[in-house]
Design a binder for this molecule. Structure first.
Ligand code: AMP
Length: 435
């Protein structure tokens, strides 16, 4: 196994990692960091929880250390695009933590809050800007941020960005960037829209894929209970009341259902908060921090909102609704059994969602054990041959397949790699001569 020392990261970074308690690179880090240090474009297939943030943040910091120069006013040297405010904030915090022994200017911009502090934070230029696409375009449009000197671009959770309809914003941002840059794209899944996007944005990329899924999924004890849909709230209450539940995430398909389930649990003495796209930033942050500190026992989340949940000791995942996309099942249950711990994932399956269960079992290549010994068991749900509901666009949060289309022109072969910046950089930022 590779060690951080073998990766040859600069000393101030290694010191910060030791203080963070990181001893061994995770597989995505061991795979991606050497390529990124060489200045290559990269397609990283990894989900949250694999250590993907450090996989791009560490080599970027290494690059900045070896190529020190103050950014010109309003300019950005490294841009990280992220789909949600929560993720953007987490990435920015990670940069701050890993850079604690070096000088780094960094800022984060996202919508839903005033612009004033974000304009102030970027006024003198920054080494690293983490941004949600919409607000970034607003600030660029008003002349507060200048992307023309960009050296490295990272798109994080690109599949989620496409799901959330950011494809046009991403294209607009691309048009503002210099062709000579290093580009990194991380995605948890690889639908056609992502491979199109990767094809048009990356030049001769290295691809690194980690499948934490099998190892994590193997550690998760899974079960399914067949229940009528009107009994799901009671069944969920029974589940979260079990003595071994410490922190649980309950997944619903719809935002309004998430609210209803949280309300029901609260009425029955369980502290629960709903998190989904309609909640204000403040409400989501309060819910997350309550969950982290333990004052909130249960988070009721839709798939999209759950992407921002970065808590290591979730003891249980309960699927109030099964997801309509099998991959979402793997992502959901991956919220538990993090950091080497055990975890439980229990799904409630009603008659309508019976067909989705079959798809999920096909995806994970095993049958999920059925528990019938409980007060809400329904033979009708278990034996259902109903066709599942068709989820329309407005009923979001169901982890739909990557929307939007990657579009864009085919990539032409770029010029040979060239280096830029001072000597000592292993490869430097190479020309991405396309676009
Ligand atoms: P991420 O996939 O970037 O969201 O990271 C998931 C979690 O793993 C975060 O809490 C990180 O702080 C932690 N982490 C990342 N890399 C390592 C490592 N090499 N050793 C231990 N923990 C890590």
């Amino acid at each position: 196994m590779t060690s951080f020392a073998e990766l040859n990261l600069a000393e101030p970074i290694q010191k910060a990692l030791a203080e963070e308690g990181y001893t061994t690179p995770t597989p995505i880090q061991a795979g991606a960091i050497p390529y990124l240090l060489e200045g290559r474009d990269l397609l990283g297939l990894a989900q949250t929880g694999t250590g993907k943030t450090a996989a791009f943040a560490l080599p970027i910091l290494d690059y900045l250390l070896r190529n020190r120069r103050p950014p010109a006013p309003k300019t950005v040297r490294v841009l990280v695009l992220a789909p949600t405010r929560e993720l953007a904030s987490q990435i920015d915090e990670s940069f701050g933590a890993y850079a604690r022994h070096m000088k780094l200017s960094h800022a984060v911009v996202f919508g839903g809050v005033g612009q004033g502090r974000q304009i102030e934070a970027t006024r003198r230029g920054v080494d690293v800007l983490v941004a949600a696409p919409g607000r970034l375009l607003d600030l660029v449009g008003q002349g507060y941020i200048d992307l023309s000197a960009l050296e490295v671009l990272v798109l994080d959770e690109a599949d989620r960005m496409l799901d959330m309809g950011f494809v046009r914003d991403i294209r607009r941002i691309m048009a503002l960037l210099p062709a000579r840059r290093q580009t990194v794209l991380f995605s948890a899944t690889m639908p056609q829209s992502i491979s199109d996007l990767a094809h048009s944005l990356l030049s001769n990329p290295a691809t690194v894929q980690v499948t934490p899924e099998s190892s994590t999924v193997d550690r998760i004890r899974q079960a399914v209970m067949f229940v009528e849909s009107e009994k799901k709230k009671d069944a969920t209450l029974m589940l979260v009341e079990s003595s071994n539940v410490v922190r649980a995430v309950v997944f619903t398909l719809m935002k309004h259902e998430a609210n209803k389930v949280a309300e029901f649990l609260n009425k029955n003495g369980i502290t629960a908060e709903a998190i989904h796209g309609n909640k204000s930033q403040g409400a989501r942050e309060r819910a997350m921090s309550g969950f982290r500190t333990g004052t909130v026992k249960v988070l009721v989340a839709t798939d999209i909102a759950a992407r921002g949940i970065d808590v290591d000791d979730v003891s249980h995942v309960f699927n109030y609704d099964l997801p309509n996309v099998p991959e979402s099942y793997v992502h959901r249950i991956g919220r538990t059994a993090r950091a080497g711990r055990d975890g439980w994932a229990v799904s409630l399956c009603d008659a309508e969602q019976r067909a989705w269960l079959k798809d999920i079992e096909k995806k994970i290549d095993k049958a999920i054990p059925v528990v019938t010994d409980h007060p809400y068991h329904s033979d009708a749900a278990q034996n259902s041959t109903m066709r599942p509901p068709v989820l329309g666009g407005g009923r979001g949060g169901g982890g739909q397949r990557g929307g939007g289309n990657g579009g864009g022109g085919r990539r032409r072969p770029g010029p040979p790699p060239s280096t830029r910046g001072s000597a000592g950089r292993r490869g430097g930022v190479r020309s991405a001569g396309h676009r």
